[in-house]
Design a protein around this ligand. Structure first.
Ligand code: ACO
Length: 462
């Protein structure tokens, strides 16, 4: 099983069946995406009616290609797919992506079973049918028909929905979240979520794994893969409601199953269930860029009392504690506050807080052994100085690299308008998660706490 998908994600030779000169066709886009990838490999278009496509020599069928093929993308109408898959088998192709739709998702189980029969008892890895393919940003290969590439990073994403998978690429870029690989799994006749979790668990370019699923086919294997994975696994499982389950069945032919059982099983396996894609991204950004929290005690720093209370409520509602300050920390923070204000947790630095107050309060909270993670918040009240809030966070995040004491998560929250936009982008691009919501911030801190617990459990078992 180890590295079973290595040549799937890093093939040295690729063929596109159904490659076309017609720029409106998926077979044209798929070939073009591979061709313009910053990735070295041999590339072969396959089309019985053409001699050359996009400057590349075109072959009539796969079996005409003299060289070994490591990956084949299929983009021809569903009814032709079985014969192409047979060609792949004859050519001893190990990895196949079936982009074509028109199988079990529309009730055409018979045609899908035909595909399953062809690959039965072979060691072929088949993705799909009904998929977009994948983008491997870590090596620069785009093996999909979808336009646009994610920024390189260390989050790997798996989506059962093609369109949501595509949306995730753009959302990741918008959120400055780096991606290693993003892949659609579609009808999952062979390559399943558990195979991908197993691969990403071993993949040095992946630090965090995120999934959108509507159903899993092999529940036990799925949970085992999460359990055996030494990295955080975030799961959005759709079809919570009975109407949602009905929608899932007509979308990918999935039986959504009991929601409570899914929740309990994901939790027991050590995964984190997220409510939606935005929450998955919130947590993925925190887990990819921040150290895990060693406990559930949170220090909150704010320049507005109301936001501090909202953050406190959200933390407590998500299993986190906002403890009273130790005497030592109280004294340190007291020295940096205006005379009439007294320190607390949440620590209100008052509306005119600038760089020094933010930086010192964050430092003192991080130095407190009774605090496991810090949330730094800014409200754009009349006197607020957003640049100084941002600068203080960046300073402490950088100091964390050199001092063991500061190796705790720092998350940020803001409430304000357009004046904050550049600063929010600055923090995001520096890998500091910042959220426009106390709830989202607390949920992400909870994700870091759960990751801390998972690591402790794992160490105990070793
Ligand atoms: N071998 C190779 N090429 C062949 C063969 C063959 N045996 N037979 C025909 N072709 C060629 C065709 O001649 C055509 O090339 P041309 O433009 O030069 O004539 C090319 O293959 C494609 O065949 P078409 O019949 O034109 O099919 P078309 O490209 O319109 O559609 C497709 C094929 C895209 C696979 C379609 O059937 C389909 O399934 N579309 C949906 C795909 C999809 O959305 N997948 C899910 C993605 S996830 C998401 O939701 C985004």
């Amino acid at each position: 099983m180890k590295n079973k998908l290595e040549t799937f994600f890093k093939p040295k030779s690729i063929a596109v069946v159904g490659a076309s000169k017609d720029t409106r066709k998926i077979g044209n886009a798929a070939l073009k995406n591979i061709l313009i990838s910053d990735y070295e490999c041999k590339l072969y278009p396959i089309n019985p009616h053409e001699k050359e496509i996009l400057g590349l020599k075109c072959y009539k069928k796969i079996t005409d290609i003299p060289d070994k093929l490591e990956l084949v993308l299929i983009s021809v109408p569903a009814k032709i797919v079985p014969s192409i898959l047979k060609d792949c088998k004859d050519k001893n192709v190990k990895n196949v992506i079936i982009i074509s739709s028109g199988f079990s998702e529309i009730g055409n189980d018979e045609l899908e079973n035909e595909l399953k029969n062809i690959i039965r008892d072979t060691d072929m890895n088949v993705l799909g049918p009904n998929v977009m393919g994948y983008k491997n940003a870590s090596v620069g290969l785009d093996a999909s028909f979808v336009y646009g590439n994610p920024k390189k990073g260390n989050v790997s994403l798996i989506s059962q929905s093609g369109a949501l998978g595509i949306g995730m690429i753009y959302l990741a870029n918008n959120e400055y979240m780096g991606v290693s690989k993003i892949i659609g799994v579609g009808n999952k006749i062979d390559i399943d979520d558990d195979d991908l979790i197993d691969y990403f668990a071993q993949d040095p370019d992946t630090k965090v794994i995120g999934l959108y699923i509507e159903a899993v086919k092999e529940g036990r294997q799925f949970m085992n893969s999460i359990h055996n994975c030494d990295k955080p696994v975030l799961v959005v499982k759709a079809g919570r409601s009975s109407a949602g389950a009905r929608a899932a069945q007509s979308h990918t032919g999935s039986m959504a199953g009991s929601d409570k059982i899914y929740s309990a099983a994901i939790k027991q396996a050590g995964g984190i269930r997220c409510r939606d894609i935005v929450e998955l991204f919130d947590m993925a950004k925190a887990l990819a860029g921040q150290p895990p929290a060693n406990g559930n005690k949170v220090g909150i720093i704010t320049n507005g009392g109301g936001l501090g209370i909202l953050l406190t409520d959200a933390c407590e509602a998500n299993g986190l504690e906002v403890p009273k300050l130790s005497k030592k920390t109280y004294k340190k923070i007291d020295k940096i506050l205006p005379e009439l204000v007294k320190p607390n947790n949440p620590a209100d630095l008052v509306a005119d807080a600038g760089f020094y107050r933010y930086e010192a309060a964050t430092r003192y909270m991080l130095e407190d052994p009774n605090i496991d993670g810090v949330i730094v918040a800014s409200v754009h009240g009349g006197y607020a100085r957003p640049e100084e809030f941002t600068g203080a966070i960046l300073k402490m995040v950088r100091e964390r690299k050199y001092h063991e004491t500061y190796k705790k998560p720092i998350l940020a929250t803001w409430v304000g308008g357009r004046e904050y936009q550049d600063l929010v982008l600055e923090l995001k691009s520096a890998g500091v998660p910042i959220y426009p919501s106390s709830w989202r911030t607390a949920r992400s801190m909870m994700g870091l706490y759960l990751e801390g617990l998972r690591i402790k459990r794992e160490r105990k078992q070793k």
